[in-house]
Write a protein that binds this ligand. Structure first.
Ligand SMILES: NC(=O)c1ccc[n+]([C@@H]2O[C@H](COP(=O)([O-])OP(=O)(O)OC[C@H]3O[C@@H](n4cnc5c(N)ncnc54)[C@H](O)[C@@H]3O)[C@@H](O)[C@H]2O)c1
Ligand SMILES: O=C(O)C(=O)C[C@@H](O)[C@H](O)[C@H](O)COP(=O)(O)O
Ligand SMILES: [Zn+2]
Length: 368
């Protein structure tokens, strides 16, 4: 059987120096995996969690060739899923199943599953084939593409990881119909990011399409996912290992990761990125490098998508200590991604903490 071409609305190629890989975007794609991924090996480990498994595991299993030995490892739901401990447990599963280097790891889930599964694939027997089947909006527009894999350390987010690209990404956006409103909004935060750092026209399109996006209309969704993946693919192809332009994808993340690390039980990644983006925009307003009209547009769009634009209350030393652990820090100096206008951002080294603290303080919620 051939994959139904009408089910695929977009096919994007991530072109890297060593090899390129496809991103398939469409609906009802999970049942077409064997056709979309014809080179799947005989040993397959699906990494997922119980919630995602309850919706999609049976479809994925049924779509894999009957000749394959398939094992499933479920990790706990939530950010804790990508812990050192859970990483070790997946390794135990692979070793106990006598899997070899010619096996494949499939990530079926959101960014937590994808980040952990990618790091497992990168390190099991020094690297095995990896496939991404993202099921949250955030994973479909961001984490499944580009090869950043990571687990958390008690000291902070994503502190242990590797760049390890998948063989292919299969995005079936009908999966988003079962996603909670809160997790759906988190994906919109990363979509807004692409508009701010890279594409003013896309930002304007998002402003004009708030209603269909909030209603998860398939056509608007397919375009938003495809444009986000195109932008990410272009940036990753230009700078796979984040020596330059790729850092722009970290807009809002230096603040956001600090929030997540301190409040991981109550803040989602996309929410923390949204608040961090608002702080970055406000910082540039203070520096007279971004107009109040543009700050207003950014905060308004985030709010329209149900995202926070205020940070929780943390002490100055908590902020500083967390931000100092950011991977962009160089020679002990914090570096921030800062928007200079909608559609353009730059990485700046922070030499004076005071204005950063002023921006954080101005955007700290008094209710938390
Ligand atoms: N590697 C990267 O480039 C990259 C990029 C962005 C974010 N991230 C990471 O991704 C993580 C956040 O990912 P996330 O927002 O997808 O969170 P998540 O993986 O925790 O998923 C959010 C929730 O949605 C549930 N879920 C997943 N798919 C579902 C579906 N189709 N229907 C119903 N429920 C579903 C999950 O079980 C979970 O409860 C963070 O750890 C972040 O650091 C990585
Ligand atoms: O792909 C990238 O590059 C990104 O920075 C995407 C981010 O949205 C993502 O949250 C990423 O995991 C952050 O990476 P980190 O290097 O700051 O841990
Ligand atoms: Zn992110």
């Amino acid at each position: 059987m051939q994959a139904n071409p009408e089910a695929i609305s977009h096919r994007i190629q991530v072109g890297l120096a060593e090899r390129s890989y496809p991103i398939f975007i469409g609906q009802q794609l999970l049942s077409q995996l064997a056709d979309l991924l014809p080179r799947l090996p005989q040993q397959i480990c699906i990494i997922t969690n119980a919630l995602v498994a309850s919706h999609y595991l049976a479809t994925v299993r049924d779509a894999l060739p009957a000749s394959c030995k398939v094992i499933v490892h479920e990790i706990p739901d939530g950010e804790h899923g990508k812990s050192l401990e859970n990483y070790g447990l997946v390794m135990d599963t692979l070793i106990n199943a006598s899997f070899n280097r010619d096996c494949a790891v499939i990530a079926l889930g959101g960014g937590v599953v994808g980040d952990l599964a990618g790091f497992v694939a990168a390190t099991f027997q020094r690297g095995v084939a990896f496939y991404q089947i993202p099921t949250t909006l955030l994973a479909q527009v961001d984490s499944s593409v580009g090869g950043k894999t990571a687990i958390n350390h008690p000291g902070g987010k994503n502190l242990v990881g590797a760049f390890y690209q998948p063989q292919a990404v299969v995005i079936s956006h009908d999966c988003l119909l079962t996603l909670s409103d809160r997790d759906y909004a988190c994906g919109l935060a990363e979509i807004v990011k692409y508009g701010i750092v890279y594409d003013a026209d896309f930002f304007a399109w998002l402003e004009a399409n708030q209603q269909p996006l909030n209603a998860r209309e398939p056509q608007a969704l397919a375009y938003a996912i495809a444009r986000s993946c195109e932008i990410k693919a272009e940036i990753v192809a230009a700078d796979e290992h984040e020596h330059g332009i790729r850092a722009l994808l970290n807009l809002g993340h230096t603040f956001g990761h600090a929030i997540e690390a301190e409040c991981y039980a109550s803040w989602r990644h996309g929410e923390a990125v949204a608040a961090g983006t608002a702080i970055a925009a406000h910082f540039m307003l203070q520096q007279s490098e971004l107009s109040s009209a543009e700050v207003e547009r950014i905060c308004h769009l985030l709010s329209a998508f149900g995202l926070p634009t205020q940070a929780p209350h943390l002490s100055e030393s908590q902020w500083q200590a967390r931000m100092q652990r950011d991977k962009k820090v160089q020679a002990g100096r914090i570096r921030l991604v800062l928007p200079t206008r909608i559609g353009h951002a730059e990485v700046r080294t922070i030499t004076d903490w005071q204005p950063v603290w002023t921006a954080i303080s101005a955007l700290t919620s008094t209710s938390s």
